[in-house]
Design a protein around this ligand. Structure first.
Ligand code: 26W
Length: 820
């Protein structure tokens, strides 16, 4: 082992003396924490040793922040989210601590391969997609902007499934991310919380003769917090993520055991632990499952009890709670918090309902992330009553309040009151969580300008008309630390050489300075060379993963996101089929070659989405081995899209596919990551695409498709998708090819559900947007053929996308909602 040769060896180390301390500390951690000598250590042991070394470096910053929070009268942001898609921690912390290079050298000085060590880290897949990743980007920016914050969530034992592709079909594998141990978390058993569930309520009279209600739960479980440090970029502070694990109060029932009822002895433990066992795999579709409601209430109850306990332990008053904590509800998943805090104030702390409600509203703010009706959570009343009987009583009381407020503002408008009620008593009854969140919050925001407009105009129209001042819009953002510096180190190095060392702390003001280098030939050729290298790296990964050789001189056209019909991965497929048929006819061979890469998971129960994944594999099989097509067009499905895979895709992207039906994608954040890495967008005027196009300039954006209003008009007129099929020969050919089994080894039945849907309903207007999309894709290739023009457009996309930093988003939340 290098480490044990005489120190003379080290004298020869590169210019910036490596941190010998680092190497020594790593070996110390290997021996002390992993109980391994360097000789016998596995790469995983070295990873753990390196991880502990980095974690130890940050503990001081964390304790410093905690001390300040306890001493100062600062407001703490509590970000409540059922999902945190953090990605791997090691390299992100090293970027934030400016230790990546020194660590690479220290590890090299031990004769080890840093990348192999870093690859040992299991990515915590504690989320599905956009919402979960946004929460993680926000935590990075909260730390970097040195705002005191706690991220509250669930420590799922099994995160989002791993996707494997078998014969073109997705198969889900359980994500045992914890099996190798997790060096980044610290268990806090002393901060455990007891959470009640089920049961009934009963009245009682308190010492002041007041009629009170108490909750007699059917069962009580324990929540144990696990804390993970969240570092910031080049700052002396760190925040934390407090994720809750469910455990039985009594993890072992000796009486049952002594009675020989061995199953009974651990029964409670098993049932309790299931609450934090697994992340629900479906996104954008609310399935009223009891366990999901219990998961939501569990982490909310733990988190609010944790905040109140700390608040009271500091001798602070309940009245000052909203001044101390700004609680952000990341969609409706944690919105039961509104009723829980109301219950705690009234039932536990004996506050008067009016005072309690005022405190509740001043504490919460609610972010909506979707317009999809099926994604809005509505809990069946019987289920809700059986799990949370006391909360239902309180919510019924809140509905009385709400009705009074509506009556005062819209006298006699019972229809409006009915539409707005939190509890919809129609049929078996439903508890509408978006209504609870809206009523219980002082601020409501959408995640892109168009999205907020649609919220105010449609989904939350009644609430906007009642409380217009509550509504604001905060366009999403992404952290440049992970999605530029970590994912695209060559680009980051060029930006550091060009913009100076501090660019990463404030890309909103630094990136625009790139425009002054637009005419610099050296800068331009480096720009192209970096993109080329990133494409070669991705090509190597694709070769290694699916055994497909890609042409790094071709246009890398990438669509990576969750599979959903509104995201229209099947529109991308229709374009590929059309292109392949043209090439088969010998057309378009004068244009540059294109590589279409698609990546994303489908919810396990989402039949149509899984069918589109199969179709893409069928098309790839047909195209990639066809000598008349493959030299100009190849298709690659990159399996198991997650944060780690995403970090390989964004830097290599040249064309970013953001092709959702206008009015459906709330914002999108992948669109921002691609633009920041110099990719050009082909997209509709949907979500944040609208603002990206405004920022980069319409000449540097490939726009197509119907607008939101045009979509509404087409639907209002009565949409007949078959008309497009009849009138557009290329479209008809493409659909007929699918129906004929060309991508399913002649099986004409496999894709029938998809073809029938497209020709029958086509809810997401693929056929209506097909021609505009295919023609714009032609524009793209013609633009790509002009290397200098493309380089300019690419540089301008990066230079003008600084506003899509999550630092800017957090500054807006801070200024308009939290005022922390
Ligand atoms: C109840 C099941 C469920 C689970 C997750 C319903 C809805 C969700 C999320 C809201 C889905 C989601 O991730 N939405 C995405 O949020 C991103 C961050 O704001 C946006 O950029 C995306 O446009 C939006 O689809």
């Amino acid at each position: 082992m290098e480490m044990f040769r005489s120190s003379a060896a080290h004298a020869a180390a590169p210019a910036s003396p490596p941190e010998p301390l680092l190497a020594r500390v790593i070996v110390d951690n290997l021996t002390r924490r992993q109980a391994h000598s360097p000789e016998g250590a596995s790469t995983h042991d070295w990873y753990m040793a390196v991880a502990y070394t980095v974690r130890d470096r940050m503990v001081e910053r964390w304790l410093k922040t905690a001390r300040e929070v306890s001493r100062e009268d600062v407001r703490v942001v509590a970000y409540m989210s059922a999902e945190f898609l953090t990605g791997s921690h090691l390299e992100n912390h090293l970027i934030n601590l400016d230790l990546l290079e020194p660590m690479r050298e220290a590890v090299a000085s031990l004769g080890l391969d840093f990348d192999a060590i870093a690859a040992e880290e299991e990515e915590p897949g504690l989320g599905h997609g956009g919402l979960g990743r946004l929460a993680a980007c926000f935590m990075d920016s909260l730390s970097t902007l040195q705002l005191r914050a706690i991220g509250y969530g669930i420590r799922y034992e099994y995160g989002i499934f791993d996707q494997v592709i078998e014969d073109g079909a997705q198969r889900e594998i359980a994500d045992r991310w914890l099996h190798g141990g997790n060096p980044w978390e610290v268990i806090r058993p002393e901060a455990g919380v007891e959470v009640a569930l089920g049961g009934r309520t009963e009245g009682w009279t308190d010492e002041r003769g007041r009629a009170r209600i108490r909750w007699i739960p059917e069962r009580v479980i324990t929540g144990i917090p696990y804390d993970t440090l969240i570092s910031g970029y080049r700052v002396e502070r760190a925040n934390m993520l407090r994720l809750w694990k469910a455990e039985a109060r009594e993890s072992f029932d000796f009486q049952s055991f002594n009675r020989g009822d061995y199953v009974g002895a651990v029964d409670e433990a098993i049932t309790s632990e299931t609450i934090s066992k697994v992340l629900y795999p479906n996104d954008e579709v609310a399935r009223g499952k009891q366990l999901r409601l219990e998961q939501q209430y569990f982490f909310v109850a733990c988190s609010l009890a944790d905040m109140l306990r700390y608040h009271m332990s500091q001798g602070r008053t309940l009245e000052s709670f909203p001044d101390r904590y700004a609680v952000q509800l990341n969609d409706t998943h944690p919105s039961i918090a509104v009723a829980e805090l109301y219950r705690l104030f009234i039932d536990i702390h004996g506050l008067e309902p009016d005072a309690a409600w005022d405190l509740v509203r001043r504490t919460f703010a609610y972010t909506n992330h979707t317009l999809m009706p099926e994604a809005l959570e509505r809990w069946p009343l019987p289920l809700f009553r059986s799990v949370l009987p006391r909360h239902l009583e309180l919510i019924e009381e809140l509905d009385v309040r709400l009705r009074a407020e509506i009556e005062a503002r819209f006298p006699g408008d019972t229809a409006r009151a009915g539409r707005m009620a939190i509890v919809d008593h129609g049929g078996e009854g439903q508890v509408r969580m978006a209504h609870l969140a809206s009523a219980g919050s002082h601020a409501i925001n959408g995640v892109a300008r168009l999205h907020t407009e649609l919220l105010e105009r449609d989904v939350l129209r009644d609430f906007f008309e009642l409380w217009p001042d509550k509504f604001t819009s905060v366009t999403n953002g992404v952290t440049p630390r992970r999605f530029m510096a970590l994912a695209d180190p060559d680009l980051a190095a060029l930006l550091t050489r060009t913009l100076g060392d501090g660019w990463l702390s404030d890309i909103e003001t630094s990136l625009p300075r790139l425009e002054s280098h637009l005419e610099d030939a050296g800068f331009r050729s480096e720009w192209r060379a970096i993109k080329r290298r990133n494409k070669e790296l991705l090509a190597a990964y694709v070769q290694a993963t699916i055994g497909l050789e890609l042409d790094p001189s071709s246009l890398f056209d990438i669509q990576c996101k969750r599979f959903h019909e509104y995201k229209r991965q099947h529109l991308n497929a229709l374009h590929v089929i059309t292109q392949a048929r043209r090439l088969k006819r010998g057309e378009g061979r004068d244009l540059p070659p294109r590589t279409v890469l698609v990546s994303g998971k489908a919810a396990p129960g989402y039949f149509m989405a899984k069918l589109v994944i199969r179709l893409l594999h069928g098309i790839a099989a047909a195209v990639n081995d066809d000598p008349d097509v493959a030299p100009w067009l190849k298709v690659a499905f990159v399996p198991n899209f997650n944060v780690t895979v995403a970090q390989k895709l964004y830097p290599a992207g040249e064309l970013s596919e953001q092709i959702s039906t206008a009015g459906k994608e709330a914002s999108g954040t992948g669109n921002m990551k691609f633009a920041l890495n110099g990719a050009l967008t082909i997209g509709t005027l949907d979500g944040a695409n609208v603002e990206i196009r405004e920022a980069v300039g319409e000449d540097n954006f490939f726009l197509f498709g119907l607008t939101t209003d045009e979509v509404a008009a087409v639907k209002a007129r009565g949409y007949e998708p078959r008309r497009h099929y009849d009138e557009d020969r290329e479209l008809r050919d493409a659909i007929d090819a699918i129906a004929a089994g060309e991508f399913s080894r002649g099986d004409r039945d496999l894709y029938r559900p998809l073809v029938d849907h497209l020709l029958g309903r086509d809810d997401f207007l693929l056929l209506a947007d097909y021609r505009s999309y295919v023609d714009m894709q032609g524009e793209v290739l013609r633009a790509y053929a002009d290397v200098e023009r493309w380089t300019t457009m690419s540089i301008l996309n990066t230079a003008r996308s600084g506003r899509f930093s999550s630092d800017r988003s957090i500054r807006e939340y801070q200024a308009r909602i939290w005022k922390a």
